[in-house]
Design a protein around this ligand. Sequence first.
Ligand code: SF4
Length: 238
Amino acid sequence: MEAELLAWYERTKRDLPWRETRDPYAILVSEVMLQQTQVDRVVPRYLEWLERWPTTADLAGASAGDVIRAWQGLGYNRRAIALHNAAKAIAESGWPDDLTTLPGVGPYTAAAVRNFALGEPILPIDVNVARIQKRTGCDFSPASGQALMDLGATVCLARIPRCDICPLAAGCPSRGQRSEPARKQSHFEGSFRQRRAELLRLVADAPRDFAELDSAVVESLLRDGLIARDGVLVTLPS
Ligand code: SF4
């Protein structure tokens, strides 16, 4: 089954900029951006980011405010602070043996950096890869990491898998099954998360008077280090 997957990947693989590098920092940036943002939205932002901060040392030397401003629109802004703090840790002490000790780096992201950048034989298993393994019953090797990403994103979809065009269909015991529950509605509209995103956007545009702002949201963003307060003024961190 793995041979069919790899042959399919060779024919159809998506042309993504982070597949053209083995730089661990570039892979880390792409993986953190991809954690909760779609590929199409990440591609231009990834390219801009690396042009502005091509190395961990460059990112470590940036102000938190500039990093947060550059992240606007990608969502889940805490990732920006975590990535900035990870760059500072690497710039100071080098890459740790255990990448999960870096801020914002969980087991999946660590495995992705170790496989895609360092070429280590570890298969990064995210929700897509786990789904394909479960459906096919196949234990794929680390060489299939990128191919599985593409299959999960374009063919073996969570709700309605496209078995008719799947390279694994001939040997897949789940072929034709549609067993996933319906996708839950996003509750972003009107949510606390949306209020956080809007307030952060306001403060990224210009410092604001604390009295004008939603205090619960301010407290939450202050706790995460995404904003700073100087007397009555709320700003991005310096
Ligand atoms: S045949 Fe269908 S369920 Fe099986 S791996 Fe392919 S898309 Fe997924």
